[in-house]
Design a protein around this ligand. Structure first.
Ligand code: GSH
Length: 207
């Protein structure tokens, strides 16, 4: 049986839980990390020496790094075009998943930590928040342009490429930040909100 470790409020864990639900997989979910602990245990470090979540164990196959896990679940269990088989489409999916991590979420992290995770009484870094918001706005403009002629990142259908960016777009809308009008991005975000697994796994209060 597939086992997934990770706290539900982590954007990286959300990618994995959303994917597993989209694929209608049976799995055992174990909240881990931050207040749930476990990542400090020796047995956890044996699975993931980085002591980070998410981690999966699929009948003895252990894997960490959220995008790699989404990729694995899509290839192993995906159907109906969720995981493209064409090499170019696969590479394009990889491109958007990497861009989500290294450009968009990297820009959003100081904003999220400044506005949501700064402990009460501690001063947040206003300059870092402002810089992060500007970088996010530029990234979302780019994403809006990509979505101008497509319903989803790779074309007419929902694929694994939509997963990491879908998690990021919810977070952006849940943050109290100035957002530009980006009609293609909004239309895609509305399509994602029609998906029960997205609402259940991703659209959670930010904590
Ligand atoms: N590149 C890794 C990053 C993993 C990561 O930073 N996980 C965070 C949660 S988003 C974590 O485990 N933080 C420590 C904790 O929750 O205890 C991935 O995509 O899986």
């Amino acid at each position: 049986m597939l086992k997934i470790w990770g706290r539900p409020n982590s954007i990286n864990v959300q990618k994995v839980l959303w994917t597993a639900d989209e694929l209608a997989l049976a799995y055992d979910h174990v909240p881990a990390g931050r207040e749930h602990g476990q990542v400090g245990e020796a047995w956890f470090a044996e699975m993931n020496p980085n002591r980070l979540v998410p981690v999966i164990d699929d009948d003895g196959f252990v894997l960490w790094e959220s995008n790699a896990i989404v990729d694995y679940l899509a290839r192993q269990y995906g159907k109906d075009g969720f995981c493209p088989t064409d090499a170019r489409q696969q590479a394009s999916a990889r491109q958007w998943m990497d861009w989500a991590t290294f450009t968009l979420v990297a820009a959003m992290t100081p904003v999220f930590w400044g506005l949501v995770r700064t402990p009460p009484g501690q001063q947040s870094d206003a300059a870092a928040i402002e810089k992060g918001i500007a970088a996010c706005q530029a990234a979302f403009r780019l994403l809006d342009a990509q979505l101008k002629e497509r319903a989803y990142l790779l074309g007419d259908s929902f694929t694994l490429a939509d997963i990491p960016l879908g998690c990021a777009v919810y977070r952006w809308h849940a943050l109290e930040v100035p957002r530009e009008e980006l009609p293609h991005l909004e239309a895609w975000y509305a399509r994602l909100r029609d998906r029960p697994a997205y609402r259940a796994r991703v659209m959670l209060p930010l904590t």
